[in-house]
Design a binder for this molecule. Structure first.
Ligand SMILES: *Cc1c(COP(=O)(O)O)cnc(C)c1O
Length: 412
């Protein structure tokens, strides 16, 4: 752990005030040529008392634009101060959670996991076209049936076919031979280049795809491939709950990943994070963005600098050990929930260490689901309902649910 330090509220405030002072200010300094300003002062006055000691809100009203990718180039120097904080944030995550070497990664704070996933697929599509002269119909996008729907958006937008690989109903994993068969079948259909998406905690089941069987199957296929992991949900949870996970940049096969701060980290929406090894962002370099200093490499365009500040503040407040402790509490609560379900002989799925518990629909009525807002896999025909043990889902919240569940199943 080199970069992720715990900081006091005062240190955090001083660091952000410094960053804001290094930005050019719409309030006090000439900025004559940007289609931007501070937030509207009639609605968001600069002197409002709620801004005192609130560096996130101060950044929000100052309204720095983080357009571009600041790990690749120096972007708009007007906002260089807060761009530095975004770079610090990415370094904490890439190096101290995902074991990247310093300066060996690029990335940015995207609008969400959806964008970060699409960015990855976009980069690899362009990589295969440029480096291998690949045709669109020769590039296949492969992932498990449990994968988030953002991957099917990527397939549709980028016009490359999607191959969904079945999982075992019991452990929600793709068997190695099932992956091999899917690759062989695609090969016979003319696929020569593979973009593979693994998962670190799927949205519905919290399941994690082990990296080794995927890599072995990819190698056995003799196809060219790139491997991205979708850690949108699990990236800020699983590496802490299971420190033995092999899914990080110390594995040379992993090329990029998505990690959302607006889920487990409780940051504001607009904080999906994209990380990739050096040497790939230029495949989506847009030189038409010539009026933007540093040009653009990202899908989104303009984005709020306050988002990066929010995530940086949260992680800095906890520090890595504080964060580990937080996930430990959620893991223990989930253990407790599972023990209660076992006492009632109610079957459930839980990936080891995960804080998602999925219960078969035969134990749950739509009324019960509605009362506690447990979420079905399909709102038209539910097969599974999930509970996610977030910060606010404590034992006090779980107990009445368990009581009703017991009543429903044992005193019908
Ligand atoms: C939530 C989620 C996404 C999409 O993230 P958004 O931030 O909602 O765009 C992608 N993948 C997984 C696994 C997710 O849980």
């Amino acid at each position: 752990m080199k970069y992720w330090k715990k900081r006091t509220a005062r240190e955090i405030q001083e660091r952000i005030e410094l960053a804001l002072s290094q930005n050019r200010s719409f309030y006090d300094q000439p900025i004559l040529g940007l289609p931007a300003s501070h937030l509207d002062s009639r609605i968001f006055p600069r002197e409002s008392p709620i801004l005192t000691g609130a560096p996130f809100l101060q950044t929000l009203i100052n309204n720095p634009n983080h357009i571009g990718c600041h790990t690749v180039t120096q972007s708009e120097e007007t906002f260089a101060g807060t761009h530095d904080i975004e770079r610090e944030l990415l370094r904490m995550i890439a190096c101290d959670i995902f074991k990247a070497d310093e300066e060996e990664f690029d990335g940015y704070v995207a609008s969400g996991g959806t964008e970060a996933n699409i960015q990855a697929v976009w980069i690899y599509r362009e990589f295969f076209r440029r480096e291998y002269g690949a045709e669109l119909q020769e590039i296949g996008l492969f992932t498990s049936v449990d994968t988030h729907y953002s991957i099917s958006k990527a397939s549709n937008l980028l016009n490359i076919p999607l191959y969904k690989i079945d999982v075992d109903e019991k452990n929600r994993q793709m068997a190695e031979n099932t992956i091999e068969e899917a690759l062989e079948k695609a090969k016979s259909e003319g696929i020569r280049y593979v973009i593979f998406i693994g998962n670190m905690m799927t949205t519905m089941f919290g399941s994690v795809d082990p990296i080794e069987p995927i890599v072995r199957a990819l190698k056995a296929s003799n196809l060219e491939y790139k491997l991205h992991y979708d850690c949108a949900y699990g990236g800020f949870y699983y590496p802490f709950a299971n420190p033995n996970t092999q899914i990080d940049f110390s594995n040379p096969e992993l090329n990029s990943l998505t990690i959302d701060a607006h889920k487990m980290v409780q940051a504001p929406y607009g904080t999906g994070i994209f990380l990739i090894r050096k040497g790939f962002m230029h495949y989506t370099h847009n030189k038409d963005a010539s009026y933007v200093q540093g040009e653009d490499y990202t899908l989104v365009g303009s984005r709020s600098g306050a988002n990066a500040i929010a995530v940086w503040m949260i992680l800095s407040t906890y520090g890595k050990y504080g964060w580990t402790e937080k996930t430990f509490i959620l893991t223990r609560r989930t253990d407790w929930l599972c023990e209660q379900l076992e006492d009632m002989d109610i079957e459930y799925f839980r990936q080891a260490y995960s804080n998602i518990v999925t219960i078969h629909e035969k134990y749950i009525t739509p009324e019960l689901a509605k009362k506690y807002y447990v979420v079905p896999d399909n709102h038209h025909q539910a097969k599974w309902y999930k509970l996610i043990i977030m910060d606010h889902v404590d034992l006090e919240q779980l107990e009445p649910f368990l009581k009703d569940l017991k009543e429903l199943n044992f005193n019908p």
